[in-house]
Design a protein around this ligand. Structure first.
Ligand code: ATP
Length: 448
């Protein structure tokens, strides 16, 4: 049943232009996806909401660092040595698995559909596990030599740490303060799966909050709470979220505490954001490797120290998938003949909806199209608005429901007489009449 919903979401994503397979006409590229016209709007809206909530505050600054960085960055961060997953190969069907995920994997031979990979392992078909580094390598400049190796960043966080001094000096921030950025990250995942959940190219929304050592536990609790609130305020159902703290014996050696915010996807719970107490590990490592002090002088206490870091690390692409799954719904809608029909509706929070409002002329004559066009052009100065004059109005509603458009405006004969239009709510399907000059205010009120 749930897998069925996932199939429906994937197919709706393609049909309506949310997500396409990368390089589809060449058979696709595993672990890479393209965002279509509606998808890019949704993704941008998610990122914009995150940016607004994280950086439009006094104590957090935004940056946008480059994807390629000095290779020493990844030595200092520990990625060159430790950013690995254990990998095993099946000698028989040649499928490749993450050794720590065999219990949730299936045999790679399509003829044995449903066979557990664990069984193949017990039968001795797998090679010994060996570590595989997930960073993509490339070369800087024309010569493909060992010295020219650079990496596509596997996370955005390191771009923040290496800019700690720059941002602190130019912004004159005092502790505690944060630095945030949104950007692409790349991981050569052994197995990609579940649509956008585990991909090789994805976007992260990360914030590193620098604090006085000793205040880290309290700040960690604060951000845990803030980040949960962000997801639920944008419509993620509380009952589909859970916090999953990392047990102490599973923490990274530098971390004091870590918790995942998990969303219940149709295939089960999966992490959408991690909140970590990274201690002074990152700034200390970069101080050691670069020879440049990344520390803070506390004027009032006359003390110099390396700040601790509380990190909030969310996936924009995984978040996209969570918002999409969360919005997907099926219900019944009335038809013009007084019956009901099944409808598929994406109940996005209006601020995330790719199209904020659709405008329809009731019929394509007697000047109704011209009025509807004028309304559309005027609203387009502020919102992403869609004009549609094709097919019966009921059909047009159904199309917008599938796109998640929260409001539809219809221009009819009364509009010509008294300047009013109907505005229809996606979720309740109720309509009200308002003056056409008030549509902008109506939308602003609903959206913000
Ligand atoms: P996982 O255990 O699922 O591999 P992780 O613990 O390695 O994730 P982090 O390094 O904490 O993940 O990355 C922070 C966020 O980046 C994750 O919560 C997730 O939203 C996103 N993310 C990480 N890896 C991927 C990926 N391969 N595809 C899509 N999003 C990802």
């Amino acid at each position: 049943m749930n897998e069925n919903i996932m199939d429906k979401i994937v197919s709706l994503s393609k049909r309506r232009g949310f997500v396409f397979q990368s390089s589809e006409i060449y058979g696709g590229l595993n672990g890479c996806w393209d965002y279509g016209p509606l998808g890019v709007e949704l993704l941008n809206n998610i990122k914009q909401e995150w940016w607004r909530s994280m950086t439009y505050r006094d104590d957090v600054e935004g940056i946008d660092s480059s994807i390629l960085m000095h290779p020493r960055v990844w030595e200092a961060s520990g990625h060159v040595e430790n950013f690995t997953d254990p990998m095993v190969d099946c000698r028989e069907c040649k499928a490749r698995f993450r050794a720590d995920q065999i219990d949730e994997s299936e045999c790679g031979n399509k003829a044995f559909k449903g066979r557990k990979a664990e069984k193949c392992m017990q039968e001795g078909k797998f090679t010994e596990a060996r570590n595989f580094n997930l960073m993509f390598k490339t070369f800087l400049g024309a010569v493909e030599s060992h010295e020219a190796v650079v990496y596509l960043r596997p996370e955005t966080a390191q771009g923040i740490f290496v800019n700690f001094n720059n941002v602190r000096e130019c912004s004159r921030q005092k502790l505690p303060f944060g630095i945030a950025q949104i950007g692409k990250a790349f991981r050569n995942e052994i197995n990609t799966k579940n649509f956008l959940f585990r991909t090789r190219e994805f976007e992260q929304m990360e914030m590193q909050y620098f604090v006085i050592p000793g205040s880290d536990e309290e700040v960690y609790e604060y951000w845990k709470h803030e980040r949960l609130k962000w997801w639920t305020e944008l419509g993620i159902r509380k009952e589909r979220l859970r916090l999953s703290p990392h047990p102490h014996n599973k923490l990274a050696h530098y971390a004091r505490a870590a918790v995942d915010i998990e969303y219940e996807f149709p295939f089960g719970f999966g992490e959408i954001e991690g909140i970590h107490n990274r201690t002074d590990y990152d700034l200390s490592q970069h101080t050691k490797y670069s020879g440049k002090k990344l520390e803070y002088f506390d004027d009032s206490a006359k003390q110099r120290y390396i700040p601790y870091v509380i990190e909030t690390s969310a996936g924009a692409s995984r978040g996209f998938m969570a918002f999409l799954c969360n919005a997907y719904d099926e219900d019944e809608a009335p038809t013009a003949e007084g019956k009901t029909e099944k409808r598929t509706v994406l109940r996005f929070h209006p601020r995330l909806a790719p199209i904020k409002c659709a405008v329809f002329p009731l019929v394509n004559k007697d000047g109704l199209q011209e009025v509807a066009r004028l309304i559309t052009d005027d609203l387009k100065k502020t919102f992403n608005v869609f004009y549609d004059e094709s097919g019966a109005v009921g059909r047009r509603y159904r199309r917008q429901d599938e796109c998640g458009t929260p409001y539809c405006v219809t221009v009819d004969y009364d509009t010509l007489k008294d300047n009013t239009v109907t505005i229809r709510d996606r979720d309740s399907m109720k309509q009200e009449r308002i003056n056409k000059d008030l549509i902008r205010n109506y939308l602003v009120e609903k959206l913000y």
